[in-house]
Ligand binder design. Structure first.
Ligand code: HEM
Length: 426
């Protein structure tokens, strides 16, 4: 058997984490070309790590061999959110998933649908009002925040604006800690981002616990009555669900959607009239611009990926951007071609990993799907839009959540107003 292409480097000095975090896409692209292989090794987080950039490798890691690769319980996610399903393994993870999944399916999901409709209407109805181009990423992040706080905590921006604002700020502070170095250091008049984040987390926990104790309605009510492993589990999961992570991921996809269809009136009309075409547009958006770069596991025993040996205790990272551009599966991988999903790639949605894949895939996929379709339909039905100014630098950054590094601005023109304006002048 051939060894994993590349070099695991020596401890500490051979570590490539910084280089990876600076530009993960070029990091992988360079090595794919150098090793002529979409699976290779490097030292990441000071651990020899297999990088998986092919569809076949991703499917082995996340599906066929998912029981051989474990989540890392010492991950930064545990530091910031406590013990949640995200970093749990084995039977405990199965039971947690079973309990939590019920909140994101069937009647629970159906009961969210009116709120999703109303929040899209409220947050998107004024996009053309100022007459100025909109910074779409910020507008969509606000929409995502209203969605998660309303849905998961019963806190509506229009009913409790001060509390809403306070939670939003705390979530932002908490988030900045997640992406800052984990140094819990406090000296008079100065505290590191990480310790500010931990303070924000404590304040959020007080609000969340109060909700869990006193609110019997909606998601928070259902979560409070689920059989969970211990008394802190419900609050820690709520902290995860309302964190800035989800609004940012939603804003990422909505931004990529508006950019992909800006200046393409034909495609917008078709997406509005044909739900299947909208489905293929959204698949292509998540293929080319997945919000998260990927996920990480640790090998629990000696095994193989794509025929290469992966020793026990090696890390394994799947890179969604590279998996989604694997030319073995996706012809013309860098081109935006929604038609591929009703042609050559029909029925191959399981070759994507924007929401993970296999037994540890995202439990919020259905909710996200309902929300995205609602938001996109609102935009398609009510607006024409184009980049303003027409020429902007749309180069993406991929971490912590993908979006153009320079926030793009878009001008929206209301379609219904255009029509009534027209009839006024007739
Ligand atoms: C655009 C929106 C979203 C994206 C792109 C996304 C993406 C992902 C990805 C890639 C994973 C797998 C991580 C891995 O393999 O290590 C994941 C897992 C997870 N997601 Fe999402 N997610 C989104 C929305 C949501 C929502 C709305 C919720 C719930 C409120 C949610 C809850 C979770 C949980 C609990 C897991 C962990 C599952 C497990 O480890 O078994 N996500 N998500």
């Amino acid at each position: 058997m051939y060894k994993l292409p590349g070099n695991a480097g020596v401890s500490v000095f051979g570590d490539k984490s910084l280089e990876f975090y600076r530009d993960p896409v070029s990091f992988c692209q360079q090595r794919i070309e150098k090793h002529r292989s979409r699976v290779f090794q490097c030292r990441m987080l000071n651990r020899p790590t297999a990088f998986i950039c092919s569809v076949q490798g991703m499917r082995e890691l996340l599906c066929e061999k998912s029981n051989l690769f474990l989540k890392d319980p010492t991950d930064l996610m545990t530091n910031m959110y406590g013990d949640t399903v995200v970093t749990t393994n084995g039977e405990e993870a199965c039971l947690l998933r079973l309990s939590l999944t019920s909140l994101f399916a069937g009647s629970c999901l159906e009961s969210s649908s009116d709120y999703i409709t109303s929040v899209c209407e409220r947050c998107l109805k004024d996009l053309s009002l100022s007459g100025q181009p909109e910074c779409v990423y910020s507008a969509f992040k606000r929409l995502g925040t209203e969605l998660v706080l309303g849905l998961f905590l019963n806190i509506r921006a229009e009913e409790q604006p001060d509390l809403f604002q306070e939670i939003m700020q705390l979530c932002t502070q908490h988030w900045h800690g997640l992406i800052s170095a984990p140094i819990n250091l406090k000296v008079p008049l100065w505290s590191s981002g990480f310790s500010t984040a931990l303070d924000a987390r404590d304040k959020l926990m007080v609000i969340i616990k109060d909700k869990l104790e006193n609110d019997t309605q909606g998601f928070v009510g259902s979560l409070g009555s689920l059989p969970l492993p211990d008394s802190t589990s419900a609050s820690q999961h709520l902290l995860l669900f309302i964190s800035a992570l989800i609004p940012k991921a939603l804003a990422s996809l909505l931004t990529s959607f508006t950019l992909a269809l800006s200046g393409n009136k034909q495609a917008r009309l078709r997406a509005m009239e044909d739900p299947d075409y909208l489905r293929t547009v959204l698949l292509e958006v998540q293929r080319l611009w997945p919000p998260f770069i990927g996920g990480r596991r640790i090998a629990d025993q000696d095994t193989t990926i794509a025929g290469f040996p992966v020793p026990k205790d090696y890390g394994a990272i799947y890179i969604s951007h590279s998996v989604h551009r694997d030319p073995e599966v996706f012809q013309q991988p860098d081109n935006f071609l929604p038609e591929r999903w009703s042609g050559r790639n029909a029925g191959q949605e399981h070759y994507l990993c924007s929401f993970g894949n296999g037994p540890r895939s995202c439990i919020g996929t259905k909710l996200t799907d309902v929300f995205l379709k609602e938001a996109c339909m609102y935009l398609l039905k009510h607006y024409d839009w184009c980049l303003d100014p027409p020429s902007q630098d749309l180069e993406y950054k991929w971490l912590p959540v993908s979006r153009p590094a320079n926030p793009p601005t878009i001008s929206f023109t209301r379609l219904d107003l255009t029509r009534s304006d027209r009839s006024d002048t007739n």
